[in-house]
Design a protein around this ligand. Structure first.
Ligand code: RIB
Length: 309
């Protein structure tokens, strides 16, 4: 039987408004179109894995409300195993308020709601699933103690772990990095974790090496339009970005994570998985919204073939 991947993470409904530019403090701006779109870093990464054709289970929590039911239907329609998802009747499903400017850049505020109910007990109840997984994937939109417990369980069972420390507003225990097989993060997250400025490929390489020295086996530092820096197995290199017209960068990082994880679980080497994930996230920025923008494997392969022509 095909081994599954397992994602511990958030499920949000994204409330998206397009705006000519970001408002200043105290300013009211007239935006344009408004959309209600399934999102949440955990759910987005799970969908990205599923659209690459890999079997995936999600551990998370929604509220007993319309947004929660809508998310459940969407994730179910992707063929994702939802047997470890919980409903918390006391809290609303998580939401994210997202503004997107005319360059496709976003600003996001998350109200976690039911995501904050993902407990250590829920993780412990999934111990067998984590032990048998091809990979455990976590981000930081659910309680940090649950993320730590999931990574520790996985490490104990020799299940490879992928941590995307986003949003990086939390202190991670230094000992956790030694239990992380793949650390995938962006410039802002790297700056918060290392305390050093990351402004170009050179400083990204320095930050990636520091995070590797902290214990993470493979570090991939994504740089948006400037590609990614990869530190693994004694190698340190820059993967260039693909030039595309950005409509909305929301979930580009989640697409990268999910596509990379699925590719590794298929047996691809790190550089090949990074290349595939770079193409997938380039596609995602050309479309509006989180989950609607995540490509299938077929779309990624067509895109790669087109760019070769
Ligand atoms: O990474 C993008 C996601 O961050 C959005 O879908 C939003 O829900 C927030 O979690």
């Amino acid at each position: 039987m095909k081994k599954h991947l397992v994602v511990v993470g958030s499920i949000n409904m994204d409330l998206v408004v397009r705006t000519p530019r970001m408002p200043l403090p105290g300013e009211t701006l007239l935006g344009s179109d408004f959309h209600t779109i399934p999102g949440g870093k955990g759910a987005n990464q799970t969908v990205a894995v599923a659209r690459q054709g890999a079997a995936v289970k999600m551990i998370g929590c929604v509220g007993n409300d319309d947004f929660g039911q809508a998310q459940w239907r969407c994730l179910n329609a992707e063929g994702i195993d939802l047997s470890l998802l919980q409903v918390d009747a006391q809290q609303a499903t998580g939401i994210a308020v997202i503004m997107i400017d005319q360059n496709g850049q976003n600003s996001i505020i998350v109200s976690p709601g039911a995501n904050s109910a993902v407990s250590v007990a829920q993780i412990n109840a999934a111990k067998e699933t984590i032990a048998q997984a091809a990979m455990l994937i976590c981000q930081l939109e659910v309680p940090i103690e649950s993320v730590i417990q999931a990574i520790e369980l996985a490490h104990h069972c020799q299940t490879p772990t992928l941590l995307n420390p986003a949003p990086a507003s939390r202190e991670l225990p230094p000992a956790l990095f030694e239990k992380v097989t793949y650390l995938i993060l962006n410039e802002t997250e790297a700056e918060i974790l290392t305390g050093e400025s990351v402004s170009d490929v050179m400083s990204a390489k320095t930050a990636a090496m520091r995070l590797r020295d902290a214990g993470a086996q493979t570090v991939i530092l994504t740089l948006g339009a400037h590609g990614a820096v990869v530190a693994y197995d004694g190698e340190l290199y820059h993967e260039p970005a693909l030039s595309v017209k950005a409509v909305d960068t929301t979930a580009a990082g989640d697409t990268f994570v999910g596509c990379f994880a699925a590719a590794i679980s298929e047996g691809l080497a790190v550089p090949d998985a990074v290349r595939l994930a770079t193409h997938a996230s380039a596609i995602s920025v050309t479309k509006l919204g989180a989950q609607p923008s995540i490509p299938t494997r077929q779309e990624v392969e067509q895109f790669i073939a087109q760019r070769r022509d």
